[in-house]
Design a protein around this ligand. Structure first.
Ligand SMILES: [Zn+2]
Length: 194
C-alpha cells in the first residue's frame, strides 16, 4: 500500500507506466508533467517510451531532472530549474497558436519547448542539388545538413525524398517568428538559391 490517498503506481513503476503509455499512445497530444520532481532514472525510462511516440505535440517537463529539446525529445540529467521559467512552463489555459504573448519571455528565450502552447508549426525544408546550387551531380554519400539558428546551427541530416531521390528534405517544427538557417554539404556552407 502507498500512502493514504496516493495510488501505489506513483511510487512503484510510475515511470515505466508512463513510458509504456508514450510508446502505445495514439490520442494524447498535450501533457503537463512539470514539477513532479522526477529523478534522472525516471526521466531515462520515460525518454525511451517517448522516442517511439509520434502523437504528443507538447510536453511540459520543467521542475524534473530532465528537459525537452527543440525536437521534442526528453533528455535526463538536466537539473531542475526554478525561478523565472516556472512562471510560464505550465500549460496555458487559452491556447493561442502562432502567438507568443509575453515579449519578456521572448527576450529571455524562456520557453517550455511545448509545440502546442508556443504555437509551433511544421515547416518542410528542401534542398535540390543542381537547383539550390550549381552542382547537379551530388555524391549521395556526402551528407546534406540543415542548420537552424534557434538550435545554434547544430547540423540536422536531410534525407532524400521517397518520390524523388534528387531532392533532400527535412520536416521541422519551428516556433513563431523569423528563422535564420543555412544548409551544408559535406561541411561546406551553402545558402540555397531557391
Ligand atoms: Zn503546452
Amino acid at each position: 500500500m502507498g500512502k493514504v490517498g496516493v495510488p501505489d503506481a506513483f511510487f512503484q513503476g510510475f515511470a515505466e507506466k508512463w513510458s509504456e503509455m508514450f510508446r502505445r499512445n495514439q490520442s494524447l497530444v498535450h501533457v503537463d508533467m512539470s514539477h513532479n520532481n522526477l529523478k534522472v532514472v525516471d526521466c531515462e525510462i520515460m525518454a525511451e517510451g517517448l522516442k517511439q511516440n509520434h502523437k504528443v505535440l507538447g510536453l511540459h517537463f520543467q521542475g524534473n531532472y530532465g528537459d525537452i529539446d527543440k525536437q521534442g525529445f526528453l533528455h535526463s540529467g538536466i537539473p531542475k530549474k526554478i525561478g523565472e521559467e516556472a512562471q510560464i512552463v505550465r500549460m496555458q489555459s487559452k491556447l493561442k497558436g502562432g502567438i507568443v504573448q509575453d515579449s519578456r519571455c521572448l527576450e529571455l528565450s524562456v520557453h517550455s519547448n511545448c509545440w502546442v502552447c508556443e504555437g509551433w508549426s511544421e515547416v518542410r525544408f528542401l534542398y535540390t542539388p543542381g537547383k539550390s546550387d550549381n552542382i547537379p551531380n551530388h555524391d549521395v554519400f556526402i551528407p546534406i545538413n540543415l542548420h537552424l539558428e534557434f538550435e545554434h546551427y547544430t547540423p540536422d541530416l536531410m534525407l532524400a525524398c521517397e518520390d524523388n531521390e534528387k531532392v533532400y528534405e527535412c520536416y521541422r517544427m519551428l516556433p513563431p517568428g523569423k528563422h535564420k538557417y543555412y544548409y551544408s554539404i559535406g561541411g561546406d556552407i551553402r545558402v540555397a538559391k531557391d
